[in-house]
Write a protein that binds this ligand. Sequence first.
Ligand code: MN
Length: 319
Amino acid sequence: MAAKPYVIALEEHYVDPEVKRHYTGMDARQAPGIAERLEDVGQGRIAGMDAAGIDLQVLSHANPGLQKMDAETAARLARGANDRLHETVRAHPDRFAAFAAIPTPDPKAAADELERAVTRLGFKGALVNGLTNGAFLDERRFWPIFERAAALDVPLYMHPSTPHPAVVEAYYKDYVEKYPSLLRAAWGFTVETATQGVRLVLSGVFDAYPNLKIIIGHLGEGLPFYLWRITMGFERDGRGGKSFRDVFCEHFYVTTSGFFSDPALLCCMMELGIDRIMFSVDYPFVDNPPGAKWTETLPICSEDKEKLLNGNARRLLKI
Ligand code: MN
């Protein structure tokens, strides 16, 4: 039997105690069992990784992170949170790497903190949770963040958060009480993050920063499945330039976070190619063992499996 492949998982979450103290409303409540596992960045987490055969977690702050705070608070908390995450990685450098939490409510501070985290702390990029106080990140005022990420040659991970309150009101409120996941993993997260992906392409940010790389989780939040139709639709608008497909396939990477489906993976492989797909679990919102077990039965060759489980992440994150 072949040796077990090295496994890197890159949408794996924790919470910083100081950031969490500033959460309000629904964000301050966490499902039973989840809060403890989010706070554990030591032996319990590592034991769970060992049991599932996961060698390295790239840690990132759980939703909503710093994205719903005022600019001053977000900028102030970012530095301490990233310094503490750095200590976590330093305690287990062979088991953890990190994506920075960046204070997007203050775009200049976010760009500077990204640079500090990458150049001083050895972080692999940054993860942003959903809208920044109701705004999509493709707005021009946020472009200093993309400019810096491209210059540093690190990816930005666009992670979901709960949808805009106006969207919840118009689209979801009838079913939220009985099915709170409607706002999250079941549907709301996907729509919000896919919309962010589409808007980034339309914004022209990839023309401005050709080296910009974006990661989205959950096997691309539906975008690979819709790639043909989105591309066809925008061609109708007759604006010229690169097709949606070309921009998406050149600048986006997807992960398997919380989405262990053969047909969905095969769709991503056919649309994007295996080189742009990376393994993730979405711990602790999803358990490690089902993700690890799924990879054992994938209908793909061992070379592609190596790319999925570690090779692509090594290349993109320079691990
Ligand atoms: Mn996640």
